[in-house]
Write a protein that binds this ligand. Sequence first.
Ligand code: CMP
Length: 137
Amino acid sequence: MIERTLSIIKPDAVERNLIGQIINIFEKNNIVIRAIKRVKLNKKDAENFYSVHKDRPFFNDLCQYMSSSDVVVMVLEGENAVLKNRELMGATNPKDAAKGTIRNLFALSLDKNSVHGSDSKENANIEIKFFFKDLAN
Ligand code: CMP
């Protein structure tokens, strides 16, 4: 089924000029970049976006980091895009990420893990609406 999901290229990857290399991985895997923008989140934006994690001990550091410099937000579209994006990203902690995945290739640490991707179709809709009002599934 053709789906849409939200992807964020995080500050560590934007700062290292990896936007093109990351998009290339998506495109080589038949994912279409349906929408894209480079934005600087403020702390409140990051807190709202990551509100599912609000009770986790890493919440404050995560929101601080995600609002520290520019990120690139994208709507990815393709066959089973939610799951496919998660496979292409690799595990959250780069130490556990499979060879050739985005996080294996580029991530620096659990926090500076280069990309975010929606973890379910339901969350994809919520996350897409956050940045691109008209494009939810
Ligand atoms: P992301 O997919 O953006 O979702 C939440 C982020 O929190 C996650 O990637 C990690 O970068 C960050 N994070 C920091 N500590 C943890 C942790 N212990 N477990 C999960 N995510 C964490």
